[in-house]
Design a protein around this ligand. Structure first.
Ligand SMILES: CC(C)(COP(=O)(O)OP(=O)(O)OC[C@H]1O[C@@H](n2cnc3c(N)ncnc32)[C@H](O[C@H]2O[C@H](COP(=O)(O)OP(=O)(O)OP(=O)(O)O)[C@@H](O)[C@H]2O)[C@@H]1O)[C@@H](O)C(=O)NCCC(=O)NCCS
Ligand SMILES: Nc1ncnc2[nH]cnc12
Length: 272
């Protein structure tokens, strides 16, 4: 078994690598990538990378506090405090740009889950443990109103919180199988990751999309992402065409699938 100090380093490095791999994956519809900033006027690749590196200490602290810790209310509240501090670290590093709030949440929970039982290798079990941790009430949660809360008042959707509490169903049923299938089919790693991202965009009720856009936008984006996958992705001309159309749609309407991007990073953390 890895000793605690080494485990902290390994898990924090893996979480940061997942954030970097997600940021540099190119092309991505509506998201910041190595070519452009997608639907974002205030965010660049530099913001994403600076934020990722700044968060290493946050993930290390989460791993350290979670090491062999029982899954209980105390653990939930300890990592919530570190996660909230991590959000401040992110905002300081990016001059106030919200690059990774959802990713701190998802990856923070996965780092914690893995550290509670370092022997566990099965991604599904790690997701289940993360779901159990997320299901304890966070009694010190600030009362401030978030975009996710505003969206959930308007539409009957699950946001980032429910996604985690249910053990990340979209990772289990969409991105993890999509990534593994694409690798098995011999696709390049970038093509496999793009398939995984689009499998999330085809299914996730992304509160980032619903906050900037509306229900019709979410339906349209899901439908185009589905078509991309059905056409065989970048391997076919109709697949490439629909990807261009989806990217143009997101950019012209300022729509960003930030929640799907976070879940892709979480997927890569599990099966790097
Ligand atoms: C419980 C929390 C998840 C808070 O949840 P809530 O829904 O209240 O909070 P939000 O502020 O809306 O943030 C949730 C972020 O999660 C991502 N996301 C969205 N939809 C989903 C989904 N269906 N499944 C999974 N993840 C999802 C998304 O993050 C990305 O988008 C961010 C930018 O989004 P947004 O704020 O809307 O846009 P801005 O650019 O800021 O504004 P505009 O320009 O549009 O005006 C970006 O950061 C991506 O990461 C959502 O934003 C949880 O966060 C919490 O309580 N944390 C406290 C600490 C804690 O307990 N930690 C424990 C583990 S560390
Ligand atoms: N690549 C990306 N672009 C914009 N928002 C994001 N949130 C997480 N990853 C992102």
């Amino acid at each position: 078994m890895l000793i605690a100090a080494k485990l902290e380093e390994v898990l924090a490095a893996k979480a940061v690598k997942a954030l970097i791999d997600e940021a540099i994956l190119t092309p991505k519809p509506g998201l910041v990538d190595a070519d452009n900033s997608g639907a974002h006027a205030d965010m660049s690749l530099e913001h994403m990378l600076t934020s990722a590196y700044a968060l290493e200490e946050t993930f290390r602290e989460i791993a350290s506090i979670s090491y062999l810790h029982p899954v209980n209310q105390e653990l939930r509240e300890k990592i919530a405090a570190i996660g909230r501090q991590g959000e401040q670290t992110m905002l300081s590093a990016t001059n106030g740009v919200n690059t990774h709030k959802g990713a701190i949440w998802a990856l923070g929970l996965l780092v914690s889950a893995k550290a509670t039982n370092p022997e566990e290798q099965n991604p599904i079990k790690i997701l289940e443990t993360a779901g159990r941790i997320a299901s304890y009430q966070d009694r010190y949660r600030p009362t401030s109103y978030t975009h996710g809360q505003a969206v959930k008042k308007k539409y009957p959707v699950m946001g980032a919180e429910e996604e985690a509490q249910l053990g990340f169903p979209h990772i289990r049923h969409a991105s993890l199988p999509a990534l593994i299938n694409a690798r098995t089919l011999g696709k390049t790693e970038d093509a496999a990751r793009i398939d995984a991202l689009l499998s999330l965009m085809a299914t996730v009720d992304d509160t980032c999309i619903l906050h900037r856009g509306d229900w019709a936008d979410l339906v349209e984006i899901k439908s185009m992402a589905n078509e991309f996958l059905e056409y065989g992705g970048f391997a076919t001309e109709p697949g490439r065409d629909i990807f261009q159309y989806l990217s143009a749609y997101c950019k012209s309407k300022r729509l960003s699938p930030g929640g799907s991007a976070d879940l892709l990073a979480a997927t890569m953390f599990l099966v790097s």
